[in-house]
Design a binder for this molecule. Structure first.
Ligand code: AHM
Ligand code: MG
Length: 332
């Protein structure tokens, strides 16, 4: 926030995290440190993205990730930056990343936390200067400290998240996160190199009039989704689809709306990944008063069995998610 002269008067992310920690007298500060490490990596990635057109880092890297998707150079760069920051920070023992087949052991065997991350989501939009994002979930390990994190530590359901957030690299860069006590958003001031609290206590509207879905796949949507999309049109809702999950989600969170990625012929389980895309946003939307399901079950209660598991996603304003669920239920 700025005063009348345009000078920043807001709380920095660092101070905010510190104040929150003071609310919990027995907290050791490790989660706070972890959040600061993520913020640091986000600043570095933001710098790389801003200079992307100048540094020859746009375009394909020439390899596919574990999911058979073409990696972009910036996917690889962001992956390296976040892993490095989490490794150096020391609080995380194990990382699950969209860009890596298996788990990444940081060597910090005393670290208490597991992080699941999509380092750069929507990266096919980089070349055309459209908003992209980073999405992360934080879990406390179940195994004892002193050794690497286990698969059981990683495959925890979303209800066990202790923190989650995203960074949107947009017309301005923002970090939005929750540790289970509401949702707060911070805008990056590039000139000062700081995130400032700009969106305290974000609450999402109960309903809205924006629907976000890739309608090009309409013919292979489940009938219930087809009917809901038609319902949106009959009610003159606005269709808004950037094709960058964080950007679509962020707009709907602030304005009210629904984002949907249903099963399609091309992606029978939906396209989005439970562990580092759906769970994090589900935690945030619930903390902001919204809802996230796979069409019938709460996203955060799904139990992952694989690191890169996909699931359908219906997320946003509660009344809108309820409505599409009604149509899906009537279909059976
Ligand atoms: P990615 O993780 O490979 O970038 O894919 C996820 C992205 C989301 O950001 C976006 O909402 C979705 O894929 C778009 O998919 P589609 O082009 O099938 O609509
Ligand atoms: Mg992604």
């Amino acid at each position: 926030m700025n005063d009348k002269l345009g000078l920043p008067v807001g709380t920095t992310l660092d101070r905010f995290i510190m104040r929150k920690q003071e609310d919990f007298p027995y907290a050791t500060g490790e989660l706070s440190q972890l959040l600061r490490d993520i913020a640091l990596a986000a600043k570095i990635v933001n710098r790389e993205i801003n200079r992307a057109g100048l540094l020859d880092v746009t375009g394909a890297y020439g390899q596919q990730n574990v999911q058979g998707e073409d990696q972009q150079k910036l996917d690889v760069i962001a992956n390296i930056r976040f892993i490095r920051a989490l490794r150096n920070g020391g609080e995380v023992c194990t990382i699950v990343s969209e860009e890596e087949d298996g788990v990444i052991q940081t060597g910090n065997t005393k670290g208490k936390y597991i992080v699941a991350i999509d380092p750069l989501d929507g990266s096919s939009n980089i070349d055309v200067n459209v908003s992209i994002g980073t999405i992360f979930s934080i879990y406390r390990r179940l195994s004892d400290q002193g050794c690497d994190g286990t698969m059981e530590d990683c495959l925890q359901s979303g209800v066990r998240q202790v923190g989650a957030g995203y960074v949107i690299y947009g017309s301005s860069t923002m970090l939005v996160y929750t540790t289970g006590n509401g949702v707060n958003g911070f805008t990056y001031d590039m000139t000062l190199g700081e995130f400032f609290l700009s969106h305290p206590n974000i609450c999402t509207p109960k309903t809205g009039s924006i629907y976000s879905i890739n309608e090009g796949s309409f013919n292979s949507f489940p009938d219930g989704v087809k009917q809901y999309v038609n319902y949106c049109k009959e009610n003159n809702y606005s269709a808004r689809y950037i094709g960058s999950l964080v950007a679509d989600f962020h707009r709907n969170l602030l304005k009210g709306g629904i984002y949907m990625y249903p099963p399609t012929a091309k992606s029978p389980n939906g396209k989005l990944r439970l562990m580092y895309e759906c769970n994090a946003l589900a935690f945030i939307v619930e903390q902001a008063g919204g809802k996230a399901t796979n069409g019938s079950q709460r996203i955060m209660e799904l139990v992952p069995t694989e690191l890169h598991q996909r699931c359908p996603l219906f997320i946003g304003s509660t009344e809108m998610v309820n409505k599409v669920e009604e149509y899906l239920k009537a279909e059976v």
